[in-house]
Design a binder for this molecule. Structure first.
Ligand code: UD2
Ligand code: MN
Length: 468
């Protein structure tokens, strides 16, 4: 069970639920703007120099259908997927501008160009200070260099593969605007995507905000509206998943344009005040390539005095993929993701990290490097304990490991298969794991099994109660 596949993206959960939409608006009056928008950049030439060769598998290099993407070219109309009330929202006339940071490794030219052009076309020009592309050592340096002919676009190329975490930090360090906006390299931003996010950050610089992330089909590049009542969540193995807003919060939401508090962000698309980003310690730059940085950032923001929210009036499309199109220097994704999430767990999760190790036993053997600096950062910032996060930000995350619904022999078997790395002890009459013990929730048939602080006087924890 615990092979490297387990570390690959989990099917579907990372893709938000979406609603198909009909009808398309067309772009009007764009052509005259083109010249000004792109400067000396020759879009046709850029795209046509790199097209799929007949007979080549269109999914091979990018894990999406690049032929479809190329067919769309550098821009297209997309449906305005916001709630209709968003269109009448008003924002400050004077909003601070932002540096847009896009890191990429061997991105397809058409998706990369559409990301850049959609930003230029659908943002108030005064809000876009610059677009900083960080070419994370792609095979062809021209993918990035040629785009720097577009006004406002800068290109920084890494001399070796750094991964998205260090690449973003490089971009942030080069940024000149007071607000940072991060985007993946295969996005298309939607109408008025930027104003709501900058407004929220301007009002309170400790807010870290993200849009609703719409789905661009990896097969036919259809632009699909994501459900508007999702937030970011995770399980104890630190797999990100979209989940429904808890029902009480949903009922309390009378206004669909209101921000949605989220325990974690997906990671790729967010806006953050630059000084706040720096003060909070940017990212953990000992994390490699991909994965885990969104948890580390999310825990850090919440626990050290900030907040995370999703703004329904901001929409950005993203091509969600089912596998990584690029290679990992160490061979597979597991190495990096495991090390990265382990670092996040070790620095931020306190005693709760045991749940991470229970769900990810293979993480225990992995070398993860020194965390001294990050632990010192946490202390310096005087951040709250993970328990506070659990109680106040994500109380819905249950403590019970996945065997909670099992009983009797099925339970024992599951424990042996999944948790034989954990030091389970049978100290009669309790079944212990450090200070927690297995217990049934009630003396009733089919009652669930959970973990709770050990107490020899608690009959529900007695071995014979649990295993019947
Ligand atoms: C999601 C996030 C992504 C990141 C990741 C966890 C969204 C939409 N995407 O995965 O931003 O937080 O979770 O780490 O929330 N890249 C490099 N160098 C590398 C590898 C990747 O520059 O070595 C670039 C890549 O070209 C892309 C970005 O980093 O622009 C994110 O990578 P991805 O698209 O493979 O990640 P994704 O969307 O599956
Ligand atoms: Mn992506």
């Amino acid at each position: 069970m615990m092979n490297s596949l387990f570390w690959e993206k989990q099917p579907n959960h990372h893709i938000p639920r979406f609603q198909p939409l009909f009808g398309m608006k067309t772009l009007k009056g764009r052509t005259e703007q083109q010249g000004k928008l792109l400067g000396s950049f020759d879009e046709k030439d850029y795209l046509s120099r790199k097209l799929l060769k007949p007979g080549d598998d269109p999914y091979r290099d990018h894990a999406f259908n690049v032929q479809e993407s190329d067919r769309l070219g550098g821009e297209r109309a997309i449906r305005d997927t916001r709630h209709y009330r968003c269109a009448s929202m008003s924002y400050d006339a004077e909003l601070p501008s932002t540096s847009i940071i896009i890191t990429f490794h061997n991105e397809a030219r058409s998706t990369l160009l559409r990301t850049v052009k959609s930003v230029l076309m659908r943002s108030p020009p005064s809000l876009v200070q610059e677009i900083i592309l960080i070419d994370d050592f792609s095979s062809d340096p021209e993918d990035c260099q040629l785009l720097a002919q577009i006004p406002k676009v800068r290109c920084l190329r890494n001399v070796r593969r750094e991964g998205l975490i260090r690449s973003r930090v490089r971009g942030a360090n080069a940024a000149s605007a007071s607000i940072l906006t991060f985007l993946d390299s295969h996005c298309e931003v939607n109408t008025d995507w930027l104003q709501p996010m900058i407004q929220r950050v301007k009002e309170d610089h400790t807010r870290v905000v993200s849009p609703i992330i719409d789905v661009i089909s990896l097969d036919n590049f259809a632009y699909l509206a994501a459900s508007a009542d999702l937030r970011g969540g995770f399980d104890w193995s630190l797999h990100f998943k979209w989940e429904q807003i808890p029902i009480e919060q949903k009922m309390a939401r009378s206004d669909p344009t209101q921000p949605i508090r989220t325990p974690v962000i997906a990671g790729g698309i967010f806006v953050m005040d630059r000084s706040w980003f720096n003060r909070l310690g940017q990212y953990d730059t000992r994390m490699d390539i991909w994965g885990g940085e969104n948890f580390e950032l999310s825990f850090r923001v919440w626990m050290c005095g900030g907040s995370l929210e999703i703004l329904p009036c901001s929409r950005v499309g993203h091509v969600f993929r089912k596998r990584h199109p690029y290679d990992f220097p160490e061979g597979n994704a597991g190495c990096c993701v495991c090390r990265n999430t382990r670092r996040a767990a070790e620095v931020w999760m306190d005693e709760y990290k045991q749940y991470y190790y229970s769900a990810r036993p293979s993480a225990q053997g992995k070398v993860y490097g020194s965390i001294t600096d990050r632990v010192a950062l946490r202390k310096r910032l005087n951040c709250k304990p993970f328990r506070w996060y659990m109680e106040n930000v994500y109380p819905e995350l249950r403590y019970e490991p996945p065997w909670k619904s099992l009983n009797g022999s099925a339970l024992l078997e599951t424990l042996t298969i999944f948790y034989n790395f954990q030091r389970w002890e049978l100290i009669e009459p309790l079944i212990r794991q450090q200070d927690l013990c297995l217990a049934i929730s009630a003396f009733a048939p089919g009652s669930k099994v959970k973990m709770e602080p050990c107490n020899t006087k608690e009959a529900r924890q007695v071995r014979t109660s649990v295993f019947t």
